[in-house]
Each structure stands twice: as structure tokens, then as C-alpha cells.
Write a protein that binds this ligand. Structure first.
Ligand SMILES: NC(=O)c1ccc[n+]([C@@H]2O[C@H](COP(=O)([O-])OP(=O)(O)OC[C@H]3O[C@@H](n4cnc5c(N)ncnc54)[C@H](OP(=O)(O)O)[C@@H]3O)[C@@H](O)[C@H]2O)c1
Length: 337
């Protein structure tokens, strides 16, 4: 019988890719959603190869432990991705902090072998006193007062949630690992727009006429699922925090790549800040995930796939004269940046 893995937030941007990967690897998947019965929200999952035989969807509210108990019963693993992604404190604190603690506690009660938690780089780098030249590693935590004072409620909630998850897992003897993605881009499997894709959408629609003076790290949407697969399966991989990032780019470089791939869109060419030098991003290492077999896909690929999927789903107007994609590794994609 197939090994059962539960994926919370299964129909989301990253969750859908996790379900796809698990089904392709022969697992039975129990996907959770607050809207498990909504035919539109999760219909795309039913179309994945293997879904008819090995995917079941269950309705779960992260604040309702009974619904989590039913979902985790008989599962070998849990991959927890369900989370709101915004900065409205009244709506984010409870599902992220209490919801994640509930997942860990119920998984421990249910005898789940390993929980992989989908954290975020926002739990690591939001610290004004951090040495900007130091690599972010698993010992780095965001400063809660700084997150609060700057109203970064998503980073605030996710930082507390991950810390409490580690404390609870240690207390309960549960095998936990955290995969920590940066800005995730690529093909949308789900029908709805997701938060990280709006990061590039505004550059394609003409809504943004300049870009900000900022740098972020990016990763292909298929790589966090691959990372979770690697972390889930490797015997000694528990108990660690894995940064899941391909490279850091200044927004100007991101816009240049987009404009080069898709010259027919009004991608901005000017920085909003014409005074200061380009801001550098945080540095990281993705070596621990490479050691588990994760091969990070290059930026041209995930930007290309993201835009093509935005066209196919009608979020932007389809055009015909796009350059063919020649996926290439940039010289710096193999080093920590
Ligand atoms: N995308 C990124 O760039 C990025 C980067 C770093 C970390 N992450 C993390 O990756 C995970 C998935 O992100 P994503 O981009 O796939 O997001 P997404 O597309 O918005 O999917 C998240 C799913 O979580 C569920 N959810 C949303 N609000 C919820 C709430 N209040 N209570 C319970 N469930 C809720 C929703 O499923 P239902 O409506 O079906 O319940 C939703 O489909 C999150 O934990 C996020 O923090 C994402």
C-alpha cells in the first residue's frame, strides 16, 4: 500500500507543486483545504497524474484540532504549507502561530514520522543588527521587535510560529524539519492568483512604471517541493532549517531579465531611487539542500514559466512574439549570494 503523506494548504501555489511531486513519486496524498468541497479551488489537483487513485481532499481548519486529527490519522508524514500571506495582524497571528502549533501537537499525537514545515526567509533576515555580509544560516532568527515596529506581521507571526514549532517538537520528541523558501516564482498550477506572483505581475501590466531599489532572493516553485521531498525522505535530515533559494537579484536585474524574455511587455527600465547605490540583498547558502540532491532551476526558467502561465490563465494578455527560452545558468548561480 502507498505511504500516506498529508499536505496542508494542498491547493495553494506551492502546495499544488508538492502534491504533484508526491503523486509522481507514488505516494498517497491527503490534501487539506478550508474549502475541500469547493469544485473550483482544488479542481486542478484532481487533474494531476495519479490523483484519481491516490489523492483525497479533506476539509481542515488549522484552529480545529479534531479536523487535523482526522487528516493526520495513518499518515507517515505531514508537510505543513497552509498559511495566510499578508500583514493584517488580526487575521494572521492565530492561523499562523496557533495553527502551526496545532499541526505539530496533533502530528505528535498521531505518531507521524516526520513533519516538514514550510517556513519563510522572513523568519531569518529581519534583523537590523545582523552583519549584512554574513551568510544567513540556520542559527539566524528575525528580530521580533523589529518585525512588530515595522509592521511586518507576516514575518512576525511566522518567526514565532517556527520557534514554537521547534519547542513543541523537542518537547514531544517529534522529528521536525523546516524548509525556508525565499520569493517563489514559476508556473501556477492553481486557478487563483497568489501573493508571490504579484511581485512580477505589476511589471507586466504597466501598473509599476519604475522598480524599487531592493534585492531579494528567488527560487523556482518546483524547488521547495523537491527540497521537502529530499528532507522528508533522508533519514538524518530532521532537526534542521534549510534555506531554499536559488540566487539574489536586484530588482533592476530581475526587470532586465523579464524585459529580455518578454520585450512586448512594459517592464520598467528606471529605478525609483536615482540617488543611492543599488541595495544589496542578504547572503545565503543552499548547499545543505544541494547535498540532499536538490538541483536549483535557473532564474530565466522560472520567470519564463511564470509569465507563460499568467498568459495561459488570462491574468495578462497573451502575445505572440516572445523570444524562445534558452535556459542558461548564470555564472553566479552556483555560489551563495
Ligand atoms: N510563495 C512564496 O514566495 C513563499 C515564500 C516563502 C514561504 N512561503 C510559505 O509557503 C507556504 C505556501 O505559500 P503559497 O505561496 O503556496 O501560498 P498560497 O498560494 O496562498 O497557498 C496557501 C494556502 O494556505 C491556505 N490558507 C490561506 N489562508 C489561510 C488561513 N487563514 N488559515 C488556514 N489556511 C489558510 C489556503 O488554502 P485553503 O484556502 O484551501 O484552505 C491557501 O491555498 C506558506 O506557508 C508561506 O508562508 C511562500
Amino acid at each position: 500500500m502507498a505511504v500516506v503523506v498529508c499536505v496542508t494548504g494542498a491547493g495553494g501555489f506551492i502546495g499544488s507543486w508538492i502534491v504533484k511531486l508526491l503523486l509522481a513519486r507514488g505516494y498517497a496524498v491527503r490534501g487539506t483545504s478550508r474549502r475541500a468541497d469547493d469544485p473550483k479551488k482544488n479542481a486542478h489537483l484532481r487533474e494531476l497524474d495519479g490523483a484519481a487513485e491516490r489523492l483525497t481532499m479533506v476539509r481542515v481548519d488549522l484552529l480545529d484540532r479534531a479536523s487535523l486529527r482526522a487528516a493526520f490519522d495513518g499518515c507517515d508524514g505531514v508537510i505543513h504549507t497552509a498559511s495566510p500571506m499578508h500583514d493584517i495582524p488580526e487575521e494572521i497571528i492565530e492561523p499562523v502561530i496557533t495553527g502551526t502549533l496545532n499541526v505539530v501537537e496533533v502530528a505528535a499525537d498521531a505518531g507521524v514520522r516526520r513533519v516538514v514545515y514550510c517556513s519563510t526567509i522572513g523568519t531569518m533576515y529581519m534583523d537590523p543588527n545582523r552583519d549584512p555580509d554574513a551568510l544567513l544560516d540556520e542559527s539566524c532568527w528575525s528580530d521580533l521587535d523589529y518585525c512588530k515596529n515595522t509592521k511586518h506581521w507576516y514575518c512576525y507571526a511566522k518567526t514565532i510560529a517556527e520557534k514554537r514549532a521547534w519547542e513543541a517538537a523537542t518537547a514531544r520528541g517529534l522529528d521536525l524539519a523546516a524548509v525556508i523558501p525565499v520569493m517563489v516564482l514559476g508556473e501556477l498550477l492553481q486557478p487563483e492568483m497568489n501573493t508571490s506572483t504579484t511581485h512580477i505581475l505589476k511589471y507586466l501590466t504597466g501598473e509599476a512604471t519604475t522598480y524599487v531599489n531592493a534585492s531579494h532572493a528567488y527560487v523556482h516553485v518546483g524547488d521547495p517541493p523537491a527540497a521537502r521531498g529530499g528532507v522528508r525522505g533522508a533519514p538524518g535530515a530532521g532537526g534542521r532549517r534549510y534555506v531554499c533559494a536559488e540566487r539574489t537579484l536586484h530588482r533592476g536585474e530581475l526587470c532586465r531579465i523579464l524585459a529580455d524574455l518578454f520585450p512586448e511587455y512594459p517592464v520598467p527600465t528606471r529605478c525609483r531611487d536615482e540617488v543611492n547605490p543599488p541595495k544589496k540583498g542578504y547572503k545565503f547558502t543552499n548547499q545543505p539542500l544541494k547535498d540532499l540532491g536538490v538541483k536549483f532551476r535557473p532564474v530565466h526558467q522560472y520567470l519564463y514559466e511564470a509569465v507563460k502561465s499568467l498568459e495561459e490563465k488570462g491574468f495578462i494578455k497573451k502575445t505572440s512574439n516572445t523570444k524562445a527560452l534558452h535556459v542558461q545558468s548564470s555564472p553566479n548561480c552556483q555560489r551563495p549570494c
